[in-house]
Design a binder for this molecule. Structure first.
Ligand code: GLY
Ligand code: MN
Length: 461
């Protein structure tokens, strides 16, 4: 946990931003895999962690603005739990470390909320994403389960997003630690790949590095020779010389701050000339995007820029034609770059995505696009000092998409379909790093890791 004052100040600021009413923040529960006591790895809710710092299941917190009360609800361990899980500091002791002196049993929460409701006090809650938390709110506040998310408080969402979007120096230190562990995972993947190995054999070792770093994976590892499938996790597919591996993986550290990086490298010692040419294009796009990062710049425009560089590269390779700006305006780049350039990162790898992309990545004036490609751009709004973002352009040659667009006779002014045909079995390439937006530009988070095609080949050699 951070110092007690960090959590106290965060809650104080939240109270000021929301103004009045009662804020209800739910922690997460344990989740069973295949029978009750066989559990998935526990992951606390990130907003609960941010404001209360308590990393254990079954908790809820209220911040009663009108009556100036802060209470954590949860139960102390039973004797059975101590027998099976060992002694732990009491909940009261743990809550005190976050500056909370009022701890009550879970059963007291219902009566507390009942008093609030009869007193007509507004109850602000965030949109729950776990079924048990939807059901709790449904029961406590008498809202049909299907309507719970739409009853969540936009005022609270906006206040939480405003705070969590700007990372403090102590948060940056945590993120850099996670990114350093993430880089170690990548180095292990790049140096460990062998012809004849399965994707799973290579991916399996990465989780061990994340756990050794004090935390765990920040998201399920993507490691595949079929990198044209954007979130292809890994399988027992055997990796063969001549193919490329995309590894998109990240650790979260002990305080649950995330890292998220991607590298693409050959299974053999060298890229083929065509693979290297495409890798160079993605690298040029990534570097141009990084150079453009600074406060006030719309991330949407950085996405435009990165897309144009991809098109320019493909034009030089004969696959695309016409003016790159016109091609991107027409959406022709989505033939090879179907996703967004990046996203916010913090306690969540896609930071605060549970609160709604329209609040995290966009504004009332700048709405998210709905078209193919644009609908996957999670962040569009102007950058601010303290934001942490990923920059992850890529090229993805998806045979099904190539066939569909060709049959639709789409983008005929921008795509040489006969040349594109050569890429039917090419796969995909992505390069991703994490950046802090500073007062004047940006700063790479974590120690630099080999990135260019020559760097990858040097490590493979
Ligand atoms: N690292 C996976 C993603 O950004 O979606
Ligand atoms: Mn990412």
């Amino acid at each position: 946990m951070f110092e007690k004052s960090v959590y106290q100040l965060r809650r104080q600021k939240l109270k000021q931003q929301v103004g009045k009413g009662l804020i209800l923040l739910l922690g997460n529960e344990e989740s069973s895999m295949n029978y009750k006591d066989n559990l998935y790895h526990f992951r606390q809710d990130s907003s609960f962690l941010y404001f209360f710092g308590l990393d254990k299941p079954g908790l809820a917190g209220i911040i009663d603005i009108d009556n100036d009360r802060e209470i954590v609800f949860g139960n102390e361990l039973t004797l059975d739990e101590i027998v099976w899980m060992g002694p732990q500091p009491s909940l009261a002791e743990q809550a005190a470390r976050a500056g909370i002196t009022n701890v009550q049993p879970s059963s007291a929460l219902i009566s507390s909320l009942h008093a609030t409701r009869t007193g007509k006090q507004d109850i602000h809650f965030l949109p729950p994403y776990r079924p048990e938390n939807i059901l709790k709110i449904s029961t406590w506040l008498d809202i049909a389960p299907g309507g719970v998310r739409e009853h969540s408080s936009v005022k609270l969402i906006r206040a939480v997003v405003a705070q969590r979007s700007i990372k403090s120096p102590e948060e940056i230190r945590e993120i850099e630690q996670a990114v350093d562990t993430t880089a170690a995972m990548h180095l292990a993947a790049i140096t460990g790949a062998k012809d004849g190995m399965t994707e799973a054999q290579l991916a399996g070792g990465l989780q061990g590095i994340a756990i050794s770093g004090g935390g765990n994976l920040a998201f399920p590892t993507i490691l595949t020779v079929n990198g044209q499938v954007l979130h292809n996790h890994y399988s027992n597919t055997i990796m063969r010389e001549g193919q490329m591996v995309i590894c998109d993986s990240g650790a979260e550290n002990a305080l649950h701050y995330a890292g998220d990086m991607t590298r693409t490298f050959p299974v053999g010692k060298k890229f083929t000339p065509l693979q290297k040419e495409m890798h160079d294009i993605v690298l040029a796009s990534q570097e141009a995007a990084v150079k453009a990062l600074k406060p006030g710049v719309l991330f949407r425009d950085v996405h435009f820029l990165a897309s144009e560089i991809l098109v320019e590269g493909l034009k030089a390779a004969g696959v695309m034609k016409g003016d790159p700006k016109d091609a991107v305006a027409a959406g022709a780049h989505t033939m090879v770059f179907q996703c967004g350039l990046g996203h916010m990162m913090g306690l969540d790898v896609h930071d605060m995505e549970d609160l709604g992309e329209q609040y995290v990545g966009y504004t009332d004036e700048l709405k998210k696009g709905t078209e193919f490609g644009w609908k996957s751009l999670r962040l569009g709004r102007a950058l601010e000092p303290g934001f942490v973002v990923t920059i992850e352009p890529g090229l993805y040659f998806i045979p099904e998409l190539m066939d569909l667009r060709k049959s639709e006779k789409k983008y005929l002014d921008f795509i040489n379909y006969d040349k594109l045909e050569a890429f039917r079995h090419f796969g995909g390439i992505r390069i991703e790093e994490d950046f802090l937006i500073t007062e004047t530009g940006s700063r790479l988070l974590g120690k630099p890791l080999a990135k260019s095609a020559a760097d990858m080949e040097a490590l493979r050699g």
